[in-house]
Ligand binder design. Structure first.
Ligand code: URA
Length: 235
């Protein structure tokens, strides 16, 4: 891989032009030697590259936590609405980056974006059962009887049977959390409809054991580091 491509793929704060400027200033080293050209070729899995004396730890894949706002779609195709890829900062855009799991256009919250096809495949597989936690605001107050109905596995419109889900009432009478172990189309909304209620606001707050960072604003992106990537798949 080219040196400038390698650095900008690993250090998402540096564009290829930034790398060129740093090479010119003599601030980039490859295997301990000052790099002369930004387009030099290197073996990305073994080369020791440093920028300003700071070594780059090679990460093959990128994992991003996006706090998706309403009005943005979880697709990579151009349409009328902006996509999750359109709204992430330029420096995070990589070939093959896509949303591993979808949220509706009017749902907010945690979307995982990655170029790690294997992890995405595992997370998206119907057999994976990675729990996803949602914060839900309802049109009418929740009822304690919901708990058992969710836990028994509900049948939603069209006769679709859902896996048992965990219902967690909040103090506010119209607010609750729901933990699902699968991802059927509009599932949260359809489950509450089956109970005669209506979702008026929906936000995904957790994937596996990894919670959406509370400080991340709507539209904000955070890079998920290695130790936290494992938490995405834990129960
Ligand atoms: N369930 C829904 O109804 N919508 C979402 O976006 C996610 C889960």
């Amino acid at each position: 891989m080219r040196l400038d491509k390698f650095i900008s793929s690993q250090r998402t704060d540096l564009s290829r032009n930034d790398v060129k400027a740093l090479v010119k200033k003599g601030l980039v080293t490859v295997n301990g030697q000052k790099a002369k050209k930004a387009d030099m070729q290197l073996d990305e899995s073994s080369a020791l590259v440093a920028v300003g004396g700071e070594e780059i730890v090679y990460r093959k894949n990128l994992y991003l936590m996006l706090n998706k706002p309403q009005g943005v779609v979880c697709s990579t195709k151009e349409g009328e609405c902006p996509t999750v890829i359109d709204i992430i900062p330029e420096e995070y855009r990589r070939e093959g980056l896509f949303p591993a799991g979808r949220l509706d256009k009017d749902t907010e919250g945690f979307v995982l974006l990655t170029d790690d096809g294997q992890l995405a495949h595992r997370m998206l597989s119907p057999k994976s059962h990675v729990p996803k936690t949602y914060f839900v605001r309802l049109e009418r107050p929740w009822e304690l009887s919901y708990k058992e109905k969710f836990e028994n596995g509900m049948t939603i419109d069209g006769g679709e049977k859902c896996l048992p889900a965990q219902f967690i009432p909040k103090q506010e009478p119209n607010e609750c959390e729901l933990i699902l172990h699968e991802g059927k189309f509009h599932q949260v909304k359809r489950m509450f409809e089956a109970l005669g209620n209506k979702v008026v606001y929906l936000k995904r707050i957790k994937i596996g054991a990894l919670a959406l960072d509370e400080k991340l604003p709507l539209g904000g992106v955070l890079e998920i580091m290695h130790k936290d990537v494992e938490r995405l798949q834990s129960q």
